[in-house]
Design a binder for this molecule. Structure first.
Ligand code: PLP
Length: 372
């Protein structure tokens, strides 16, 4: 059956050019990048070329970019490293961060006695900057961890405003840029740390990066070899690193074209919804990123099986809920917004591969599934 894929915030289809490049590198460039012979030097060159290209795409210095196994590892390294090496005693974050941040914070609270404060959110899930400022008035050495784009709602944090506020109170600022890298303009000039994953921008899975600005040298998470200037031990995944760099280059190069195409699809879905399910609401900021739309559907009309029922019709979406040990659990983001009792959440996340026909098929399916 043809699959219609609207779950691009979970992961994206790798670009064919990326897959071809990786296959060639796997076959031909198998030398260990730490080896001193020619085969090793060739693979080392591939890694350093990727670092240079990605650093330039992210407008940072090459020495500020480190390759990891993905954003989860990057986030764990940054948060634990800031506590261990930079004397961070307190972290300000939000209840709608990704679990990689939330679980790391619990760990640091439990094992390192770090104080964690959560900034208030408005009903759309936007950060309350007045509350953030009041929390920043503290003597404790503080790190602020707030994501650039929320993976469920699509809300966009004004990165510069947040970075400026943190700077004015002497706090460090980390932003999870997983959902924004390669999709919207990024200005990391005042951000101290950032984390990303290649598979969210049509690159391979299991590879990502962290940005650690000069002057914020932190303890690594993994101990072993001297790879990544002692910041991340373990033999590098050379093909995946090259694939990530190529995917980011393609994403940045085509971002405006992709944005226009995806924005039109999102608009089509929003206006079609008004006919099919007039009671549907949009969760989160209506000015959120073009790639994500979180719809709140009336509970009385759509059962809990909404995502499964759409899947049966060949349409992949996310329900804003996670399956944990066979039990469906409503998303912590929807819960933090106080919406869990009111609506059934449906996250539709787009890529440039989606078409108008696919949007219409989703609308038809939703129309058919309304319970009378
Ligand atoms: N942060 C955000 C916002 C995400 O959407 C994800 C992935 O879902 C992650 C972090 C973790 O990325 P990965 O699973 O690639 O480590």
């Amino acid at each position: 059956m043809r699959q219609i894929y609207f779950d691009n915030a979970a992961t994206t289809a790798p670009d064919p050019e990326v897959v071809e490049l990786m296959a060639r590198i796997q076959k031909e460039n198998y030398g260990n990048p730490s080896s001193v012979h020619r085969l090793g030097a060739l693979t080392r060159d591939i890694i350093e070329e990727a670092r240079g290209e990605m650093a330039s795409l992210l407008s940072i210095k090459s020495k500020e970019l480190f390759f990891t196994s993905g954003a989860t590892e990057s986030i764990n390294t940054i948060l634990a490293g800031a506590v261990k090496s930079l004397n961070i005693k307190r972290i300000i974050s939000s209840k709608i961060e990704h679990s990689a941040v939330l679980r790391s914070l619990e760990h640091l609270e439990k094992f390192f006695g770090i104080a964690v404060d959560y900034v208030s959110l408005d009903p759309l899930g936007k950060i309350d900057f007045e509350h953030l400022e009041s929390l920043l008035k503290s003597d404790k050495k503080t790190l602020v961890a707030l994501m650039h784009v929320n993976n469920e709602l699509g809300n966009i944090l004004p990165l510069n405003e947040c970075a400026g506020l943190c700077q004015s109170y002497g706090a460090l600022f980390f932003s999870d840029i997983v959902q924004s890298a390669g999709k919207i303009d990024l200005d990391l000039s005042d951000v101290d740390f950032a984390a990303g994953s290649a598979h969210k921008f049509h690159g391979p899975k299991g590879v990502g990066f962290m940005v650690v600005k000069s002057g914020n040298k932190i303890e690594p998470l993994l101990h072993g070899g001297p790879q990544e200037i002692n910041m991340r031990a373990g033999t590098e995944n050379v093909a995946a690193i090259a694939g990530m760099s190529r995917a980011l280059a393609l994403a940045v190069e085509n971002s405006e074209r992709r944005r226009q195409h995806i924005s039109a699809l999102k608009e089509r879905l929003i206006s079609g919804l008004q006919d099919v399910v007039p009671e549907a609401v949009i969760n989160g900021d209506p000015k959120g990123i073009h790639t994500i739309l979180n719809i709140g559907l009336p509970k009385e009309k759509y059962g809990k099986m909404l995502v499964f029922n759409l899947d049966m019709r060949g349409i992949a979406v996310s329900g804003g809920s996670a399956c944990s040990s066979g039990v469906m659990k409503i998303s912590h983001v929807i819960e933090a917004l106080g919406l869990a009792e009111k609506i059934i959440p449906l996250r539709v996340s787009f890529s440039h591969h989606n078409t108008e026909v696919e949007v219409d098929e989703l609308l038809n399916a939703l129309g058919d599934m309304v319970r009378d």
